[in-house]
Write a protein that binds this ligand. Structure first.
Ligand SMILES: NC(=O)c1ccc[n+]([C@@H]2O[C@H](COP(=O)([O-])OP(=O)(O)OC[C@H]3O[C@@H](n4cnc5c(N)ncnc54)[C@H](OP(=O)(O)O)[C@@H]3O)[C@@H](O)[C@H]2O)c1
Length: 319
């Protein structure tokens, strides 16, 4: 198919985890009918230039700059929209960025936007509920709540949107300090404060690849919420899989959410509340993330074992 006939998908976060998976999925399927416009703040960075070499159109925009977003979305068929909580730890900033993306999408007349979102946990645990502390004045899980609250910004703007509920990246074991750590007896301890409850997890690359499946399905998912995960696993199951892959003794360290909140690293309280929410509302949280649907959208969906086989050497162990 000639380039001129392809539907352009503008991808926010194109040099990152979620957006990067979508960019690669589109580029790997040249007859799929889509072309990709990769959005970056710096078109000269190595990651941006790599995407251009692979065949992406690469354009500069910043989600904090509404005009740049409008230019980046103009003429596109659709957009993948994501915010970057861990860059700034500000739910208000996420809300403002979501608002700017929704407005730009409306102005560009996009036919389909995928908004990478999460639950507003306050619908399950109101601020008055003392089971977990209220954080930053009006949130229970700040990096979830603002994304869920932002859903209505897309709906209110009249943007045809799919709300994509993502899952815990297994890549956090590499990049986010969540890998197993050496315990006092030399065994590796994998810390997850969820007792025997299951955590939906995913290879971050598979998020964008699932988003591609949603775009390819035409209007089927417009106006709908779609949850994705590679597997739902308990801490003990993840520890066992890690032990098999690493050929080491790995034990599940089932601390309480209270203990996790007290670990003291930036965001520990937010993540402690998140794991407590995941634990206490396991049925709702796992139920919203069907593995079957995820695999239908993305037939190459990785299991935790498959992800480990490809990535085990990248997990730092001695820290
Ligand atoms: N870690 C998890 O388990 C998990 C699970 C579910 C959801 N999430 C959510 O995922 C989100 C982050 O997505 P990600 O992991 O795909 O991010 P990421 O890998 O950190 O990538 C972010 C990319 O976005 C670009 N970017 C950053 N700030 C920007 C701005 N102001 N304007 C335009 N582009 C900007 C950067 O590209 P340039 O430098 O090239 O501009 C960067 O490469 C967070 O909000 C987090 O809450 C995380």
């Amino acid at each position: 198919m000639g380039n001129e006939n392809r539907k352009i998908i503008a991808v926010v976060g194109a040099t990152g985890a979620q957006g990067g998976g979508l960019v690669r999925a589109i580029l790997e399927d040249p007859s799929g009918g889509f072309a990709v416009r990769a959005i970056t703040r710096d078109v000269t960075s190595e990651k941006a230039r790599t995407l251009a070499t692979l065949g992406a159109e690469v354009v500069a925009a910043d989600v904090d700059d509404a005009d740049s977003l409008q230019r980046a979305f103009a003429g596109a068929y659709g957009a993948f929209c994501v915010t970057f909580f861990w860059d700034h730890f500000s739910p208000e900033k996420e809300l403002a960025q979501a608002q700017a993306m929704a407005r730009a999408a409306k102005q560009a007349g996009l036919s389909h936007v995928i908004w990478s979102t999460l639950e507003d946990t306050r619908q399950w645990v109101p601020l008055s509920d003392g089971r977990m502390p209220t954080l930053m004045g009006k949130y229970k899980v700040p990096h979830f709540d603002a994304k869920g609250e932002a859903n209505r910004l897309f709906t209110d703007a009249g943007v045809p949107t799919t709300f994509l509920l993502t899952s815990f990246y297994w890549d956090n074991l590499i990049h986010f300090g969540m890998g197993p750590k050496k315990g006092p007896d030399g065994a590796l301890l994998f810390t997850l404060p969820m007792a025997d409850k299951k955590l939906p997890g995913i290879a971050s690359e598979d998020i964008g690849r699932s988003a591609y499946g949603i775009f390819k399905a035409g209007t089927e998912y417009v106006g709908r919420t779609v949850g994705i995960a590679g597997e739902h696993l308990t801490g003990a199951q993840m520890a066992d899989a890690l032990g098999r892959a690493l050929r080491r003794n790995v034990r599940h360290n089932a601390v309480t959410p209270e203990a996790y909140r007290g670990f003291g690293f930036p965001g520990a309280d937010d993540l402690g509340n998140m794991f407590q929410f995941n634990r206490d509302f396991e049925q709702d949280f796992c139920g919203a993330r069907s593995i079957d649907v995820s695999r239908r959208l993305n037939p190459g969906l990785q299991t935790f074992d498959q992800w480990l086989e490809r990535n085990k050497e990248r997990i730092p162990l001695e820290a």
